[in-house]
Write a protein that binds this ligand. Sequence first.
Ligand code: FMN
Length: 329
Amino acid sequence: MAIRTRLTDLLEIEHPVVLGGMGSGTSPELVAAVSEAGGLGVQGGAGRPPEVLGSLAAEIRSRTRRPFGVNLLLFMASPEQREALLQVAPPVFSTSWPMPEDDLRPLFERAHSAGSRVMHMVNGVPEAERAAEAGADVIVAQGTEGGGHVALISTLVLTPMVVRAVAPVPVLAAGGIADGSGLAAALMLGAEGVLMGTRFLATPESPWPASFKQAIVASDGHDTLLSDILDIAKGNLWPGAFDRVRRNRLLEDWLGREGEVRRHRNAIAARMRQAVAEDDAENGELNFGQVAGLIDAIEPAAEIVRRVAAEAEQLLTTRSGLVTDKSPA
Ligand SMILES: Cc1cc2nc3c(=O)[nH]c(=O)nc-3n(C[C@H](O)[C@H](O)[C@H](O)COP(=O)(O)O)c2cc1C
């Protein structure tokens, strides 16, 4: 048994399960593990120097012959980074968060000429229409429950709206998905698969510090909030996004004090860097999603891919038994 969708056909992968191209949360090891298990691994490229994009892709290629992607956050991607990724020509050229004036069509055309498929993430219908018109091959609809940078509309609402708006372009649902019920539900919403971030952070292959991963496992899903504070500290102006982040000591110290955050931003950014070095989940930037409430263990990425697909297969098969021609007695 297998779930075959327009995504699995287009990308020639086994399972409609994609790893989000998380800037801070992916590594060639994680990407290759997801791709080897039959999903699509995507390496985060945000903030990496152009030459590093090439070496990351080379390392992924040395670990797997299966398709993979590399992601750029367009609002912060320099012309040199874009050029470097076009040269790398990953099987999937993954993009998100462009500025309104960024002309996507020439970029997507060049990615196509290099032999890549283009997968673009959106947080609303207008952005989805823009990406479809520019020639994206796959559009990711990311809801507000997701980890990291998100907008304000939920996955349950956004996914079918994007599916309708961009048909026949295949759509992936992202935000709040960690298991087979999430995949089965996404398929019912009209998506061709799912993209998961938080679930793959809680894996041995993720480069996150151990205490950050444990915070996901310990989370009941109610401990995140949307904030601008850490972006102000890092000097990042995300177009239209809020950061979904764990409400830890760092957040508690600065919530509601945005003016002071601007003044002390160098010290706060240094505290965040130090927290990574010291494996300190209370003072680090822990962008994870509400779906942490469904994650109970750190598990190998390959097991997650296979289990999510198998659970969804099972659910789609058994739940069809709910449909009956018998009227209630
Ligand atoms: C720590 C972290 C970093 C992320 N970085 C990026 C990124 O650089 N580019 C991107 O397109 N998406 C990024 N995302 C978003 C993910 O690709 C994905 O859309 C999101 O995690 C889905 O929601 P989930 O966490 O509920 O699975 C990031 C998410 C997290 C949790």
